[in-house]
Design a protein around this ligand. Sequence first.
Ligand SMILES: [Fe+2]
Length: 374
Amino acid sequence: MAESTPVAEEKRESLRLAKNYTYDKWRDALGVPVHKGYYIQDLRTVELGYWKERDCRAAFIQLSGMEGISEVRVTEIAPGETLRPWKLAVDEIVYVLSGRGLATVWRGEGDDRKSFEWQPHSLFVLPRNFTHQISNTQGDRPVRLMHYNYLPIAMSAMPSPQFFFNNPYDPTQDGAETSSLYAEAKVVQRGDDPGWNPYYWYGNFFPDMQAWDKLAALTARGAGGRSVQIQFPDSEMSCHMSVFDPFLYKKAHRHGPGRAIVIPGGEGYSVLWEEGRDKIVVPWQEGSLFTPPENWFHQHFNLGSAPARYLALHPLKQFHGYSERIEDRDRQQIEYPNEDPSVRERFAAELGKRGLNSLMPDEAYRDPNYQWGK
Ligand SMILES: [Fe+2]
């Protein structure tokens, strides 16, 4: 058997660090701004540039923990304008940051079209291999959309970027039908783990994630949290949104990379850290975006006077990690009695700056099985 040598190790390390992903090369050649870092304070105001192929203003966002796995980009549509039709070979989630408009999707020659209207905080999916066209229906303000998809990993497996755009493949060969798109979401029973949401919602259009109130208790992560779990039909894409009350914070936990967390409403901060390393504080508000890097702990804190909500768009299941299995929680989640006291001290200090106090019950710091609301 060949032995590993120092030279080979060095080469391997440089290859590992190079991250020469096909997606990155394709994206960087477009000349559109690419924003990097741990978070974006407000996607509604992030700097955009002109994207010639799409004839619109746009920006790509590549946060630490998304590289090679998931794409986030922001598209702006000028008042009253309609983007030219476009077709992607991967499913894409769209979240409406601001503005109102109309989307039309069709397959093949377009004999069978489906149109729907959307508004701020709408969430919908543009199905792979369907052509879509998006319009801003307001004449006095631009629209901003956030797009999320798996193009980076797809382009690593198929390193021919143009394969993914306006490919003539006809989705009817997969049995795809236009008639079932954008119907009202349905609720489906999922697992029986008492700590987690027992239902998921199955649909590809959710009109307003800021107003969505069909939530179920998610006790395992603390802070009296509720959530909605969403699975998109005929797709491996999924997401969830968590809602938790003022002046509380959730338990720290960690899992795989590639999630995009966007804030539909609320005010607070999250802390991201790799075990034993410095902590990154992410202040958030409506329109903020952040991604916990792979296996970094993260913890969410509500400083606002209203329930906070965060919408987490999931990477492929291969990247989920295991923190949601009961047997893994000891390693992947920090219960309140076990957390570093500086966590609650920082929270109290932030609230104190606003003349407010934490509503975290003392009992939660003593009893790891503390049951919220009982
Ligand atoms: Fe998480």
